[in-house]
Design a protein around this ligand. Structure first.
Ligand code: ZN
Length: 247
């Protein structure tokens, strides 16, 4: 699947579950953008991918390391273990960030891991969706700094009171896996225990990346779904104050 459609599927996944998480306003907007970026995160195992080229040499070298550790392209980062590890990493980065923001400015360097993850996700999302061109990376970094400073990525979402950043990473990566499972490749969900490639669709109707079906069926469906859920969520966030006011 193309990076564009992976990013759209991540954004779609977040807008679809937003009412269940009770996120509205800026948290909804930040969540949608972060999950779009998390939608391309699994391809960080491929040094030539969209996300690996986000910050040039820096992310290229990082992708090379991920490629080596995760066993190659579409291996560890496309498995349930990979999703769990990235979720734990984002939770750890979030708790460091929360510590630094709650009255410990001398621990400013505790903001670095969360800053890296957020800048990577925002910039990768913009890049995959062709937003901002060459300025997309700078916009991603600026946005990451704003969100970190305001702590918007730390908003706790119901029902389990987890930070929204961790939810975005999990949802985006799962959406990516689901997307790849609709292609002929499938995903090794149980890697490293098994190399079996799991698929969601029967062989004949699986799609081929960057072919007519992806451009004319998958992308329009993702856009339509995203528009619908966004419209519904906007209504939800407008309705919430009235609901709280007891009307
Ligand atoms: Zn992939």
């Amino acid at each position: 699947m193309l990076g564009r459609d992976h990013a759209l599927s991540g954004a779609l996944a977040f807008t679809a579950v937003a009412p269940l998480l009770h996120v509205t306003g800026v948290h909804l907007a930040a969540g949608v953008a972060l999950t779009a970026g998390a939608g391309v995160l699994p391809d960080l195992d491929e040094p030539g991918s969209t996300i690996a080229r986000t910050f040039g040499f820096l992310t290229g070298a990082f992708a090379w390391i991920v490629h080596k550790i995760s066993g190659g392209h579409r291996k560890g980062t496309h498995s349930l273990v990979g999703v769990a590890l990235m979720t734990v990493a984002s939770l750890a980065a979030g708790s460091w960030q929360a510590g630094a923001l709650s009255g410990h400015p001398e621990r400013w360097w505790h903001l670095v891991p969360a800053g890296f993850i957020l800048a990577l996700l925002f910039s990768a999302g913009f890049r995959a969706l062709h937003i901002g061109g060459h300025h997309g990376d700078a916009a991603g970094i600026a946005l990451a700094a704003l969100v970190i400073w305001k702590g918007w990525d730390l908003a706790l979402v119901t029902p389990r009171n987890v930070q929204v950043l961790a939810v975005c990473v999990t949802l985006g990566m799962l959406a990516h896996l689901a997307g790849d499972m609709c292609t002929h490749d499938g995903c090794p969900l149980l890697y490293p225990l098994s190399r079996h490639e799991f698929g969601l669709l029967p062989g004949p109707v699986r799609i081929t990346t960057n072919k007519l079906a992806e451009h004319w069926v998958v992308t329009p469906l993702l856009l339509a779904g995203l528009a619908y859920f966004f419209w519904r969520d906007a209504g939800f966030s407008l309705a919430a104050p009235a609901h709280l006011a007891g009307r």
